[in-house]
Design a protein around this ligand. Sequence first.
Ligand SMILES: Cc1cc2nc3c(=O)[nH]c(=O)nc-3n(C[C@H](O)[C@H](O)[C@H](O)COP(=O)(O)O)c2cc1C
Length: 403
Amino acid sequence: MATELAPGVHWVGAIDWNLREYHGYTLPGTTYNAYLVRGEKTALIDGAYHGFEGEVLGRIGSVCDPETIDYIVVNHIEMDHSGTLPALVKKLPDTPIYCTERARAGLARHYDITGWKIRVVKSGDTLDLGGKTLTFLEAPMLHWPDSMFTYLAEDAILFPNDAFGQHVASAARFDDELGHGAAMAHAQKFFANLIIPLAPKVLKKLDEVGGLGIDIRMIAPSHGIIWRSHAGDILKAYVDWSRGVAKDKVTIVYDTMHGSTTMMAKAIAEGVMAEGADVRVCLLRDGRYEGTHRSDIVTEILDSKAVLVGSPTLQDEVLPTVAGFLSYLRGLRPGRLTAKKIGCAFGSHGGMGGAVAQAEAALKAAGIEVIDGGFHVNYRPDADEIARAYELGRTVAREIRAR
Ligand SMILES: Cc1cc2nc3c(=O)[nH]c(=O)nc-3n(C[C@H](O)[C@H](O)[C@H](O)COP(=O)(O)O)c2cc1C
Protein backbone atom coordinates (compact mmCIF):
# COMPACT_ATOMS: atom_id res chain seq x y z
CA MET A 1 0.00 0.00 0.00
CA ALA A 2 1.04 3.58 -0.63
CA THR A 3 1.01 6.18 2.17
CA GLU A 4 -0.52 9.62 1.64
CA LEU A 5 1.60 12.66 2.59
CA ALA A 6 -0.91 15.20 1.29
CA PRO A 7 -3.82 15.03 -1.16
CA GLY A 8 -2.31 13.72 -4.40
CA VAL A 9 1.12 13.02 -2.87
CA HIS A 10 2.03 9.45 -1.90
CA TRP A 11 5.02 7.47 -0.65
CA VAL A 12 5.47 4.54 -3.02
CA GLY A 13 8.89 3.31 -1.91
CA ALA A 14 10.30 0.00 -0.73
CA ILE A 15 11.30 -1.32 2.69
CA ASP A 16 14.59 -3.23 2.85
CA TRP A 17 14.13 -5.03 6.15
CA ASN A 18 17.29 -7.11 5.84
CA LEU A 19 20.09 -4.68 4.96
CA ARG A 20 22.63 -4.69 7.83
CA GLU A 21 25.76 -3.23 6.21
CA TYR A 22 26.01 -0.48 3.64
CA HIS A 23 29.29 1.14 2.53
CA GLY A 24 30.91 0.59 5.92
CA TYR A 25 27.83 1.52 7.97
CA THR A 26 25.80 -0.88 10.13
CA LEU A 27 22.07 -0.35 9.95
CA PRO A 28 18.79 -1.91 11.04
CA GLY A 29 17.49 -2.10 7.47
CA THR A 30 16.43 0.93 5.47
CA THR A 31 13.81 2.24 3.09
CA TYR A 32 14.18 3.52 -0.46
CA ASN A 33 11.63 6.27 -0.71
CA ALA A 34 9.89 7.07 -3.98
CA TYR A 35 7.04 9.54 -4.20
CA LEU A 36 4.12 9.95 -6.55
CA VAL A 37 2.87 13.50 -7.11
CA ARG A 38 -0.45 13.79 -8.93
CA GLY A 39 -1.91 16.97 -10.37
CA GLU A 40 -3.55 16.83 -13.75
CA LYS A 41 -0.33 15.01 -14.68
CA THR A 42 1.57 12.48 -12.60
CA ALA A 43 5.25 12.54 -11.64
CA LEU A 44 7.28 9.86 -9.92
CA ILE A 45 10.16 11.17 -7.80
CA ASP A 46 13.08 8.75 -7.30
CA GLY A 47 13.00 4.95 -7.00
CA ALA A 48 14.68 2.05 -5.23
CA TYR A 49 17.45 -0.50 -5.52
CA HIS A 50 17.35 -3.09 -8.29
CA GLY A 51 15.28 -5.98 -6.99
CA PHE A 52 12.55 -3.79 -5.51
CA GLU A 53 10.79 -3.09 -8.83
CA GLY A 54 7.77 -5.24 -7.92
CA GLU A 55 7.33 -3.57 -4.54
CA VAL A 56 7.53 -0.03 -5.97
CA LEU A 57 5.24 -0.81 -8.91
CA GLY A 58 2.81 -2.51 -6.52
CA ARG A 59 2.61 0.57 -4.32
CA ILE A 60 2.21 2.84 -7.34
CA GLY A 61 -0.53 0.49 -8.53
CA SER A 62 -2.44 1.04 -5.29
CA VAL A 63 -2.75 4.73 -6.29
CA CYS A 64 -2.88 4.69 -10.07
CA ASP A 65 -1.97 2.64 -13.11
CA PRO A 66 1.85 2.88 -13.41
CA GLU A 67 1.36 3.31 -17.17
CA THR A 68 -0.20 6.71 -16.46
CA ILE A 69 3.02 8.21 -15.02
CA ASP A 70 3.80 11.25 -17.18
CA TYR A 71 7.21 12.23 -15.77
CA ILE A 72 10.04 10.66 -13.79
CA VAL A 73 12.28 12.81 -11.60
CA VAL A 74 15.74 11.51 -10.70
CA ASN A 75 17.10 13.55 -7.80
CA HIS A 76 20.17 11.31 -7.45
CA ILE A 77 21.61 8.53 -9.60
CA GLU A 78 23.06 6.29 -6.87
CA MET A 79 21.78 2.78 -7.47
CA ASP A 80 19.79 2.57 -4.25
CA HIS A 81 17.51 5.17 -5.88
CA SER A 82 17.97 4.54 -9.61
CA GLY A 83 18.15 0.73 -9.63
CA THR A 84 14.47 0.42 -10.51
CA LEU A 85 14.80 2.90 -13.38
CA PRO A 86 15.70 0.48 -16.23
CA ALA A 87 12.59 -1.63 -15.53
CA LEU A 88 10.46 1.50 -15.32
CA VAL A 89 11.82 2.92 -18.60
CA LYS A 90 11.14 -0.42 -20.25
CA LYS A 91 7.52 -0.10 -19.13
CA LEU A 92 7.30 3.62 -19.97
CA PRO A 93 9.75 4.17 -22.85
CA ASP A 94 8.34 7.56 -23.83
CA THR A 95 8.16 9.06 -20.34
CA PRO A 96 10.59 11.96 -19.91
CA ILE A 97 13.17 11.74 -17.10
CA TYR A 98 14.07 15.02 -15.35
CA CYS A 99 17.54 15.23 -13.84
CA THR A 100 20.69 17.36 -13.75
CA GLU A 101 23.33 17.30 -16.48
CA ARG A 102 25.69 15.40 -14.17
CA ALA A 103 22.93 12.91 -13.44
CA ARG A 104 22.48 12.35 -17.18
CA ALA A 105 26.20 11.66 -17.54
CA GLY A 106 26.19 9.43 -14.43
CA LEU A 107 23.16 7.44 -15.58
CA ALA A 108 25.00 6.74 -18.84
CA ARG A 109 27.84 5.21 -16.80
CA HIS A 110 25.44 2.92 -14.92
CA TYR A 111 22.89 1.88 -17.54
CA ASP A 112 22.37 1.68 -21.28
CA ILE A 113 20.35 4.88 -21.65
CA THR A 114 19.92 4.62 -25.40
CA GLY A 115 16.49 5.97 -26.22
CA TRP A 116 15.82 7.30 -22.71
CA LYS A 117 13.99 10.64 -22.90
CA ILE A 118 16.22 12.63 -20.55
CA ARG A 119 15.40 16.29 -19.92
CA VAL A 120 18.24 18.14 -18.22
CA VAL A 121 17.13 20.69 -15.62
CA LYS A 122 18.86 23.48 -13.73
CA SER A 123 18.12 25.27 -10.46
CA GLY A 124 14.86 27.22 -10.73
CA ASP A 125 13.41 25.13 -13.56
CA THR A 126 9.85 24.01 -12.91
CA LEU A 127 7.58 21.23 -14.00
CA ASP A 128 3.89 22.12 -13.99
CA LEU A 129 1.73 19.08 -13.27
CA GLY A 130 -1.50 21.11 -13.30
CA GLY A 131 -2.36 22.08 -9.74
CA LYS A 132 1.02 20.81 -8.48
CA THR A 133 4.31 22.48 -9.39
CA LEU A 134 7.72 20.94 -8.98
CA THR A 135 10.75 23.23 -8.74
CA PHE A 136 14.27 21.84 -9.08
CA LEU A 137 17.28 22.96 -7.07
CA GLU A 138 20.70 21.59 -7.93
CA ALA A 139 22.60 20.39 -4.86
CA PRO A 140 26.00 19.30 -6.19
CA MET A 141 28.00 17.19 -3.70
CA LEU A 142 25.02 16.81 -1.39
CA HIS A 143 26.03 14.13 -1.62
CA TRP A 144 27.12 13.29 -5.17
CA PRO A 145 27.89 15.66 -8.08
CA ASP A 146 24.51 14.89 -9.68
CA SER A 147 22.32 15.48 -6.61
CA MET A 148 19.33 17.81 -6.66
CA PHE A 149 16.36 18.68 -4.47
CA THR A 150 12.79 18.91 -5.76
CA TYR A 151 10.28 21.22 -4.10
CA LEU A 152 6.50 20.89 -4.34
CA ALA A 153 5.17 24.41 -3.79
CA GLU A 154 1.44 23.74 -3.32
CA ASP A 155 2.04 21.34 -0.41
CA ALA A 156 5.32 22.92 0.81
CA ILE A 157 7.10 19.55 0.62
CA LEU A 158 10.85 19.32 -0.01
CA PHE A 159 12.19 16.11 -1.59
CA PRO A 160 15.93 16.44 -0.86
CA ASN A 161 16.88 12.84 -1.64
CA ASP A 162 19.66 11.70 0.76
CA ALA A 163 19.83 14.93 2.78
CA PHE A 164 17.92 14.61 6.09
CA GLY A 165 17.62 10.85 5.54
CA GLN A 166 18.06 8.05 8.03
CA HIS A 167 18.62 4.32 7.69
CA VAL A 168 15.76 2.65 9.50
CA ALA A 169 13.29 -0.04 8.44
CA SER A 170 9.98 0.38 10.17
CA ALA A 171 6.23 0.38 9.74
CA ALA A 172 6.42 4.10 10.56
CA ARG A 173 6.46 6.44 7.59
CA PHE A 174 6.50 9.68 9.58
CA ASP A 175 8.69 11.12 12.35
CA ASP A 176 5.75 11.36 14.77
CA GLU A 177 4.99 7.67 14.23
CA LEU A 178 8.57 6.48 14.85
CA GLY A 179 9.05 8.92 17.72
CA HIS A 180 11.05 12.13 17.74
CA GLY A 181 14.02 10.70 19.71
CA ALA A 182 14.44 7.64 17.50
CA ALA A 183 14.07 9.66 14.30
CA MET A 184 16.74 12.15 15.41
CA ALA A 185 19.09 9.36 16.55
CA HIS A 186 18.90 7.63 13.16
CA ALA A 187 19.36 10.99 11.39
CA GLN A 188 22.39 11.74 13.57
CA LYS A 189 24.05 8.44 12.65
CA PHE A 190 23.32 9.13 8.98
CA PHE A 191 24.83 12.62 9.27
CA ALA A 192 27.90 11.31 11.14
CA ASN A 193 28.61 8.65 8.54
CA LEU A 194 27.74 10.47 5.33
CA ILE A 195 27.31 14.17 5.76
CA ILE A 196 30.21 15.32 8.00
CA PRO A 197 32.59 15.95 5.06
CA LEU A 198 29.84 17.98 3.36
CA ALA A 199 29.20 20.23 6.36
CA PRO A 200 30.31 23.52 4.69
CA LYS A 201 28.12 22.73 1.68
CA VAL A 202 25.16 21.93 3.95
CA LEU A 203 25.42 25.35 5.61
CA LYS A 204 25.68 27.07 2.23
CA LYS A 205 22.74 25.17 0.77
CA LEU A 206 20.56 25.80 3.82
CA ASP A 207 21.38 29.51 3.55
CA GLU A 208 20.43 29.40 -0.12
CA VAL A 209 17.15 27.58 0.61
CA GLY A 210 16.42 30.05 3.44
CA GLY A 211 17.05 32.91 0.99
CA LEU A 212 14.39 31.55 -1.37
CA GLY A 213 11.80 32.37 1.28
CA ILE A 214 9.91 29.16 0.62
CA ASP A 215 7.70 27.49 3.16
CA ILE A 216 8.86 23.96 4.06
CA ARG A 217 6.18 22.09 5.98
CA MET A 218 7.38 18.59 5.25
CA ILE A 219 10.74 17.07 4.31
CA ALA A 220 10.50 13.79 2.42
CA PRO A 221 13.98 12.25 2.09
CA SER A 222 14.96 9.17 0.12
CA HIS A 223 15.66 7.01 3.20
CA GLY A 224 13.75 6.51 6.42
CA ILE A 225 10.88 8.49 7.86
CA ILE A 226 9.31 11.65 6.47
CA TRP A 227 9.71 14.77 8.63
CA ARG A 228 6.07 15.78 9.02
CA SER A 229 5.89 17.12 12.58
CA HIS A 230 9.55 18.02 13.15
CA ALA A 231 10.81 19.44 9.85
CA GLY A 232 12.11 22.51 11.70
CA ASP A 233 14.00 20.32 14.19
CA ILE A 234 15.88 18.35 11.54
CA LEU A 235 16.77 21.57 9.68
CA LYS A 236 18.14 23.04 12.93
CA ALA A 237 19.98 19.80 13.76
CA TYR A 238 21.71 19.89 10.35
CA VAL A 239 22.87 23.44 11.07
CA ASP A 240 24.09 22.51 14.58
CA TRP A 241 25.84 19.31 13.47
CA SER A 242 27.50 21.13 10.55
CA ARG A 243 28.69 23.85 12.90
CA GLY A 244 30.20 21.17 15.14
CA VAL A 245 27.94 21.91 18.09
CA ALA A 246 28.76 19.07 20.53
CA LYS A 247 28.47 18.14 24.18
CA ASP A 248 31.13 18.38 26.88
CA LYS A 249 31.88 14.79 26.03
CA VAL A 250 35.02 12.81 25.26
CA THR A 251 35.05 9.71 23.08
CA ILE A 252 37.91 7.32 23.77
CA VAL A 253 38.44 4.78 20.99
CA TYR A 254 41.00 2.02 21.37
CA ASP A 255 41.96 -1.60 20.98
CA THR A 256 44.42 -3.76 22.89
CA MET A 257 46.17 -7.12 22.80
CA HIS A 258 47.03 -7.69 26.45
CA GLY A 259 45.10 -4.99 28.30
CA SER A 260 47.73 -2.30 28.94
CA THR A 261 46.05 0.16 26.57
CA THR A 262 42.75 -0.65 28.30
CA MET A 263 44.28 0.38 31.64
CA MET A 264 45.29 3.70 30.10
CA ALA A 265 41.86 4.23 28.48
CA LYS A 266 40.07 3.57 31.76
CA ALA A 267 42.33 5.89 33.75
CA ILE A 268 41.84 8.67 31.16
CA ALA A 269 38.06 8.14 31.39
CA GLU A 270 38.21 8.41 35.20
CA GLY A 271 39.99 11.76 34.83
CA VAL A 272 37.34 13.02 32.39
CA MET A 273 34.55 11.99 34.76
CA ALA A 274 36.33 13.58 37.73
CA GLU A 275 35.93 16.91 35.91
CA GLY A 276 32.22 16.29 35.43
CA ALA A 277 32.36 15.78 31.66
CA ASP A 278 30.68 12.94 29.78
CA VAL A 279 32.77 10.12 28.34
CA ARG A 280 32.34 7.10 26.06
CA VAL A 281 34.95 4.35 26.06
CA CYS A 282 34.74 2.35 22.84
CA LEU A 283 36.69 -0.86 22.35
CA LEU A 284 37.16 -1.47 18.63
CA ARG A 285 36.37 -5.09 17.93
CA ASP A 286 35.36 -5.56 14.29
CA GLY A 287 31.92 -4.24 15.06
CA ARG A 288 30.72 -7.57 16.33
CA TYR A 289 29.46 -6.17 19.60
CA GLU A 290 26.86 -3.49 20.24
CA GLY A 291 28.29 0.00 19.87
CA THR A 292 31.77 -1.11 18.81
CA HIS A 293 31.29 -0.61 15.08
CA ARG A 294 33.12 2.36 13.56
CA SER A 295 29.82 3.78 12.30
CA ASP A 296 28.47 3.91 15.88
CA ILE A 297 31.73 5.36 17.20
CA VAL A 298 31.81 8.23 14.67
CA THR A 299 28.23 9.01 15.75
CA GLU A 300 29.53 9.39 19.32
CA ILE A 301 32.37 11.55 18.00
CA LEU A 302 29.97 13.90 16.17
CA ASP A 303 28.44 14.55 19.58
CA SER A 304 31.80 14.92 21.41
CA LYS A 305 34.23 17.82 21.65
CA ALA A 306 37.23 15.51 22.02
CA VAL A 307 38.38 12.21 20.58
CA LEU A 308 41.23 10.15 22.01
CA VAL A 309 42.62 7.17 20.11
CA GLY A 310 44.58 4.38 21.77
CA SER A 311 46.59 1.55 20.25
CA PRO A 312 49.47 -0.69 21.22
CA THR A 313 52.19 -1.15 18.61
CA LEU A 314 52.00 -4.32 16.52
CA GLN A 315 54.82 -4.88 14.04
CA ASP A 316 55.61 -1.13 14.05
CA GLU A 317 51.98 -0.26 13.28
CA VAL A 318 48.70 0.55 15.01
CA LEU A 319 46.42 -2.48 15.43
CA PRO A 320 44.47 -3.28 12.23
CA THR A 321 41.17 -2.42 13.92
CA VAL A 322 42.54 1.01 14.85
CA ALA A 323 44.03 1.50 11.35
CA GLY A 324 40.62 0.78 9.78
CA PHE A 325 38.91 3.15 12.15
CA LEU A 326 41.43 5.96 11.54
CA SER A 327 41.09 5.54 7.79
CA TYR A 328 37.30 5.84 8.12
CA LEU A 329 37.60 8.89 10.38
CA ARG A 330 40.07 10.60 8.03
CA GLY A 331 37.65 10.13 5.13
CA LEU A 332 34.86 11.77 7.11
CA ARG A 333 37.07 14.84 7.70
CA PRO A 334 35.59 16.09 10.98
CA GLY A 335 37.90 19.10 10.52
CA ARG A 336 35.31 20.44 8.08
CA LEU A 337 32.83 21.02 10.91
CA THR A 338 32.94 24.68 11.88
CA ALA A 339 33.98 24.02 15.50
CA LYS A 340 37.09 21.86 15.57
CA LYS A 341 37.41 18.85 17.83
CA ILE A 342 40.46 18.28 19.98
CA GLY A 343 42.21 14.97 20.56
CA CYS A 344 45.35 12.99 21.23
CA ALA A 345 46.74 9.48 20.95
CA PHE A 346 47.92 7.01 23.56
CA GLY A 347 49.05 3.40 23.81
CA SER A 348 51.46 0.79 25.04
CA HIS A 349 54.50 -0.68 23.28
CA GLY A 350 57.27 -3.16 23.95
CA GLY A 351 60.04 -2.05 21.62
CA MET A 352 60.43 1.01 19.42
CA GLY A 353 56.70 1.79 19.49
CA GLY A 354 55.26 3.84 16.63
CA ALA A 355 51.51 3.34 16.98
CA VAL A 356 50.94 6.49 19.01
CA ALA A 357 52.77 8.70 16.51
CA GLN A 358 50.83 7.12 13.65
CA ALA A 359 47.50 7.60 15.39
CA GLU A 360 48.39 11.20 16.17
CA ALA A 361 49.29 11.86 12.53
CA ALA A 362 45.98 10.33 11.43
CA LEU A 363 44.05 12.52 13.89
CA LYS A 364 45.78 15.60 12.46
CA ALA A 365 44.98 14.45 8.92
CA ALA A 366 41.32 14.15 9.96
CA GLY A 367 41.39 17.82 11.01
CA ILE A 368 41.41 17.16 14.75
CA GLU A 369 43.46 19.57 16.80
CA VAL A 370 46.00 17.44 18.66
CA ILE A 371 46.56 18.90 22.13
CA ASP A 372 49.14 16.51 23.59
CA GLY A 373 52.40 15.13 22.26
CA GLY A 374 51.15 11.55 22.45
CA PHE A 375 51.10 9.46 25.59
CA HIS A 376 52.87 6.12 25.43
CA VAL A 377 54.09 3.64 28.03
CA ASN A 378 56.41 0.66 27.92
CA TYR A 379 54.40 -2.55 28.49
CA ARG A 380 52.12 -2.28 31.58
CA PRO A 381 51.47 1.25 32.87
CA ASP A 382 52.79 1.64 36.42
CA ALA A 383 51.10 3.70 39.14
CA ASP A 384 52.77 6.93 37.99
CA GLU A 385 51.67 6.35 34.42
CA ILE A 386 48.12 5.56 35.50
CA ALA A 387 48.18 8.86 37.40
CA ARG A 388 49.43 10.60 34.23
CA ALA A 389 46.61 9.02 32.23
CA TYR A 390 44.10 10.24 34.81
CA GLU A 391 45.60 13.76 34.61
CA LEU A 392 45.39 13.61 30.80
CA GLY A 393 41.66 12.90 31.12
CA ARG A 394 41.24 15.88 33.45
CA THR A 395 43.21 18.14 31.11
CA VAL A 396 41.10 17.16 28.09
CA ALA A 397 37.87 17.68 30.06
CA ARG A 398 38.99 21.12 31.25
CA GLU A 399 40.06 22.05 27.72
CA ILE A 400 36.68 21.19 26.17
CA ARG A 401 34.88 23.06 28.93
CA ALA A 402 36.89 26.16 28.12
CA ARG A 403 35.76 26.07 24.46
C1 LIG B 1 52.84 -9.88 17.70
C2 LIG B 1 53.35 -8.69 18.43
C3 LIG B 1 54.06 -7.73 17.78
C4 LIG B 1 54.53 -6.62 18.43
N1 LIG B 1 55.21 -5.66 17.74
C5 LIG B 1 55.70 -4.62 18.40
C6 LIG B 1 56.44 -3.64 17.68
O1 LIG B 1 56.63 -3.71 16.47
N2 LIG B 1 56.90 -2.56 18.37
C7 LIG B 1 56.68 -2.41 19.70
O2 LIG B 1 57.13 -1.43 20.28
N3 LIG B 1 56.01 -3.34 20.40
C8 LIG B 1 55.52 -4.44 19.79
N4 LIG B 1 54.82 -5.38 20.48
C9 LIG B 1 54.68 -5.23 21.94
C10 LIG B 1 53.35 -4.66 22.37
O3 LIG B 1 53.17 -3.42 21.79
C11 LIG B 1 53.32 -4.59 23.87
O4 LIG B 1 53.21 -5.92 24.37
C12 LIG B 1 52.23 -3.73 24.44
O5 LIG B 1 52.40 -3.60 25.83
C13 LIG B 1 50.84 -4.32 24.19
O6 LIG B 1 49.87 -3.43 24.67
P1 LIG B 1 48.41 -3.97 25.03
O7 LIG B 1 48.52 -4.69 26.35
O8 LIG B 1 47.55 -2.76 25.10
O9 LIG B 1 48.00 -4.90 23.95
C14 LIG B 1 54.32 -6.49 19.82
C15 LIG B 1 53.56 -7.45 20.50
C16 LIG B 1 53.09 -8.55 19.81
C17 LIG B 1 52.26 -9.56 20.56
